[in-house]
Design a protein around this ligand. Structure first.
Ligand SMILES: Cc1cc2nc3c(=O)[nH]c(=O)nc-3n(C[C@H](O)[C@H](O)[C@H](O)COP(=O)(O)OP(=O)(O)OC[C@H]3O[C@@H](n4cnc5c(N)ncnc54)[C@H](O)[C@@H]3O)c2cc1C
Length: 354
């Protein structure tokens, strides 16, 4: 018998969840209910870099477990014919530090490639020793969300098992009426997965959610093909543009762009990489990272329309939704939904947990 799952949210977390469900189970139908899709989501505007960032309070062990799974997933796409379609790149990243800055070796240094510390001699060779004296470097993956969200959407549509409904839910209790007005029956739903990002603040009245505002500028600079971080600045090449950032303004709900932020981002970056003064500015965008200390991934049983139902919550990924999303989706499938599918699915791969 087929199982039916509602996923709320169509950002990286909702789409990754739907993808992992159809990868794992044959007999499934999924309804994705979301207020916004593709270029209207926060995920679409992100830099697309694999690197844990702004994810306070979530244990390193979980970050590394989810991050590794996602890294392996993107790496397998990188080594497949789908790489260009999905917008995946493998680039060298450099964290540049001044004498008074100390950043410990990150706990995820074994997940990325060839993690190495940089000393003053390395910085001299890079012609950057007048500004920085140490740092570290590693190879990592960048997944341009413009391409990747569409790529996953196309995979989901091609299965004929996934239906998309555009609707903002005020409460989880709205789900039965939204399904009914789209010719679907809530009584046949076996589980709900809530991937609403910052939307969980109002959907669930989760006051532990907070925005971490980020502003970025996309420029045309095809010569820039390494990732750099220094101070509050970052440079993340995507396939079609280079992302210049950034800000991380905790508690700021403003999604309009600020001239002051733009000037600071550009001045700081031009100071280190004057070549970028010649890069044409394409877009300026501000988005809100879904902050939560820690990220929420758990499940509960709730009653909706007198029907008890399992709801899995997965939101609050801060600046790491692309980095962790596929790994979280894997945990949802393996740990939270397996019991629902266990009874009747020939492809149940609980062993993949081992
Ligand atoms: C400037 C910037 C740069 C970033 N760079 C990176 C990076 O390089 N690497 C990285 O890993 N992360 C990065 N991030 C963070 C990343 O973008 C987020 O962690 C990620 O987008 C969160 O994904 P999500 O699916 O939870 O949220 P979203 O993309 O916001 O999607 C939420 C979905 O839920 C839907 N929804 C919400 N509430 C409701 C409701 N009530 N009813 C119906 N639907 C609802 C929305 O419509 C949407 O479809 C960046 C963020 C910003 C702002």
């Amino acid at each position: 018998m087929s199982k039916n799952v509602v996923v709320i949210g169509a950002g990286i977390i909702g789409l990754s969840t739907a993808l992992r469900i159809v990868e794992e189970y044959d007999n499934v139908s999924i309804v994705i209910i979301a207020d916004t899709f593709l270029n209207q989501t926060t995920s679409y505007g992100s830099g697309g870099l694999w690197e844990p960032y702004q994810i306070a309070g979530t244990p390193d062990e979980k970050i590394n477990q989810w991050g590794k799974k996602a890294f392996e997933h993107f790496l397998s796409i990188y080594h497949s014919a789908d790489c260009a379609k999905a917008g995946v790149q493998l680039l060298q990243a450099y964290q540049l530090l001044k004498a008074n800055e100390n950043v410990p070796v990150p706990s995820w240094s074994d997940i990325v490639f060839n993690f190495q510390e940089l000393d003053n001699n390395d910085l001299k060779k890079m012609n950057l020793s007048d500004k920085f004296c140490k740092g570290y470097t590693f190879g990592t993956l960048i997944i341009e969300q413009k391409s990747y969200l569409q790529y996953v959407t196309d995979i989901l549509l091609a299965t004929n098992k996934v239906k998309f409904i555009q609707k903002k839910l005020e409460r989880l209790d709205d789900i039965p009426s939204v399904l009914a007005s789209n010719h679907a029956n809530f009584n046949s739903i076996d589980a709900i997965v809530n991937c609403t990002g910052l939307g969980a603040y109002s959907l669930l009245n989760d006051n532990s959610m907070y925005p971490i505002r980020g502003q970025v500028i996309r420029v045309k600079a095809p010569w820039m093909n390494s990732v750099y971080f220094f101070g509050t600045s970052y440079i993340i090449p995507n396939v079609d543009s280079v992302v210049l950032g950034g800000t991380a303004q905790k508690g700021d709900w403003n999604t309009t762009t600020s001239l002051e932020d733009t000037q600071k981002i550009l001045n700081d970056i031009y100071d280190v990489f004057p070549s970028l003064t010649q890069a044409k500015i394409e877009t300026i965008w501000a988005g809100l990272r879904p902050g939560r200390t820690p990220l929420r991934l758990d499940s509960e049983h709730v009653t909706i329309n007198n029907k008890p139902i399992k709801v899995v919550h997965c939101y609050g990924h801060g600046g790491s939704g692309i980095t962790l999303g596929y790994g979280c989706a894997n945990e949802i499938v393996v740990d939270h939904l397996a019991a629902i599918f266990k009874s009747n699915n020939s492809r149940n791969k609980i062993l993949s947990k081992l």
